[in-house]
Each structure stands twice: as C-alpha cells, then as structure tokens.
Design a protein around this ligand. Structure first.
Ligand code: FEO
Length: 167
C-alpha cells in the first residue's frame, strides 16, 4: 500500500499525462488547419501515447489498491504562430514533464517506496526519448528555415533511414 502523499502525487501526474494528450491533440488540430497532415499524424500518435502514459498511472494506482482521483483537465491552447512554435512548445512541455517525473522519483525515494520508484523508472527513460525526439524535430525545422538544400537533405535522410538491417 502506498502512502497518501505518494498516491496524491501519482494521481496529479496521471492528470498531467492526460493534459499532455489533450495538448498534442490540440496541436494535431492546428496542423490539420494548416494542411500539414503528416505533422498532424505525428501529433495524433503522440496524443495516443500520452493517454497510454496516463493509463499506466491509473493501472499502477489500481494495483496498489489506491483511490483514483480524476481532476478537471486544463484546456490547451488551439493556436500556434507557426509549426516551429508548436514544436518548441512541445519540447518545453516535455522538459517540464521530465522535471515532474524527477520530483516524483525523489518523493518515492524519500518515502523509501521501492515499488513506486521501480514503476517510475520507465518514465525516467521515456522522458529521455521524448526530449530527444522533440529536440531533433526543432533542430531540423530551424535548419530548414536557414539552410539552402536542407529540405532535400531531409528527404535523403528519410530515404536512408528506411534501410533495413543487413543480413
Ligand atoms: Fe508522457 Fe510526453 O510524456
């Protein structure tokens, strides 16, 4: 059984994961509005992943016999200045999520809650990937706006990235 302060912190993070899902769905809608279907698809998949993250917290709380508390989900924005603005927002948001996950991990460790610390380890690793993905996209978008030929380089990079493993 987990302590009440740990339970409350896990419930709060579950809400933040569902907010992340809402935020990325809002960005998917924004990309639809500017006819960038591929970007919208990326954001829709991201929104699904965030929902799955929220459900991981739900499942863990249930496994621990802890009460689920669903709070109101904050409304996300619906407009961004341009695609780069949306992805810079994504990176900043993920950096904030990382900080919250680390806060949770510190709480679990200070409470000597080994089970919760073990559960959170997956999220610590996931946040490294989340930040790396957003950083790469922001970098490429900035490059595309200043470097001649960058778009062709992206297309070539995409093509080369499809190579399978050698036998
Ligand atoms: Fe659930 Fe994007 O971290």
């Amino acid at each position: 059984m987990i302590k009440e302060n740990v339970r409350d912190a896990l419930n709060a993070q579950m809400n933040r994961e569902f907010f992340s899902s809402y935020l990325y769905l809002a960005m998917a809608g924004y990309f639809e509005s500017v006819n960038l279907k591929g970007f919208s698809r990326w954001m829709q998949v991201q929104a699904q992943e965030e929902h799955a993250h929220g459900m991981k917290f739900y499942g863990y709380l249930v496994d621990q016999g802890a009460r689920i508390s669903l709070a109101a989900i904050e409304a996300p924005p619906s407009e961004w200045t341009n695609p780069l603005d949306a992805f810079e927002h994504t990176l900043g948001h993920e950096q904030k999520v990382t900080a919250r996950i680390h806060d949770l991990m510190e709480l679990a460790m200070s409470e000597m809650d080994h089970a919760t610390a073990g559960f959170l380890q997956w999220f610590v690793k996931e946040q490294v990937e989340e930040e790396a993905n957003a950083t790469e996209i922001v970098f490429k978008m900035k490059l595309a706006s200043v470097e001649k030929g960058a778009v062709l380089l992206y297309l070539l990079d995409h093509e080369l990235g499809k190579r399978g493993k050698s036998a």
